[in-house]
Design a protein around this ligand. Structure first.
Ligand SMILES: O=C(O)CCC(=O)C(=O)O
Ligand SMILES: [Fe+2]
Length: 264
């Protein structure tokens, strides 16, 4: 048993099958070093300025984080709108909504000496016991090479039969070892956590969640982004950030081109 690995999404049905059956897949080398290096350079000052403000028991006390990533790098869209992320989110989420949207956007720098994060489900923010389908997926990008030593994300594969985070131990996990520019994609229900960093260099990642369009987003993009920052995005980015209606009624105003009701 290990996390299924792919080099591309040529056989997207197979990748989605693995994702649904095992809870996680790795797709290698999706973005070039050039894109990753530019993104890392754009984020550096923000990690250093506010990264410590996110420190707590869950996020770790030796980890820097940056949320609301859209505003800090023009290359962010290359991650959020990456065709591989969209292809997987389309298949997992679209059966249960008209449109889906980004939930959270978080850059994570695990510093040397950090302990392993508590194992958890990212969809714990929702009352998922009310649903019998997945409410979100997470796409976690390696911004450095991920190794066992530097804290590659730990994942509990569904085949283990472990369904409650409280029952899971690190020994039950597989680590998402992967080169920089690769991504590990996991379901909202998949138990996982950041690893301990026993190396002498930071381990950086970007994790974007995508959730059903009729759910409240984990991050409040209507407040974290200014109107100008939203206006500066492409139409597809604006929509993914949540600036769109869900179907003909939800989040629609009278002259909204997304709405239908004013025509009747
Ligand atoms: O940093 C990682 O590898 C995982 C982080 C994570 O799962 C989280 O903060 O929700
Ligand atoms: Fe997580």
């Amino acid at each position: 048993m290990s996390i299924a690995r792919y080099r591309n999404l040529n056989d997207v049905d197979q990748v989605v099958h693995s994702l649904r059956e095992t809870g996680a897949v790795i797709i290698e080398n999706l973005l070039s070093d050039g894109v990753i290096d530019t993104f890392n350079a754009d984020l550096r000052s923000e990690f250093d300025r506010e990264g410590h403000l996110y420190q707590n028991e869950f996020n770790g006390h030796n980890t820097l984080r940056v949320g609301g990533v859209t505003k800090y790098s023009d290359t962010f869209a290359s991650f959020l709108m990456h065709p591989a992320a969209i292809a997987l989110a389309d298949r997992v989420l679209k059966p249960n909504c008209e449109v889906y949207q980004v939930g959270s956007t978080t850059a994570i720098e695990i510093l040397p000496g950090e302990d392993a994060q508590v194992l958890h489900r990212d969809d714990a923010i929702y009352p998922t016991k009310l649903l019998n389908f997945e409410a979100q997926i997470s796409v976690l990008w390696a911004l450095d090479d991920f190794t066992e030593e530097n804290g590659a994300t730990h994942v509990i594969l569904k085949e283990t039969g472990i369904s409650r985070p409280e029952e899971a131990t690190l020994e039950d996990t597989h680590q998402a070892v992967m080169p920089k520019g690769s991504a590990v994609v996991y379901l909202g229900s998949t138990i996982h956590g950041g690893g301990a960093n026993n190396s002498d260099a930071p381990r950086k990642a970007l994790v974007n969640t995508y959730c059903l369009g009729w759910l409240r987003q984990e991050e409040n993009h209507y407040l974290t982004l200014t109107r100008d920052e939203v206006a500066g995005q492409s139409d597809e980015m604006r929509r993914m950030l949540g600036f769109q209606a869900h179907g003909p009624y939800l989040g629609v105003w009278p002259e909204d081109p997304d709405g239908l009701w004013y025509e009747t």
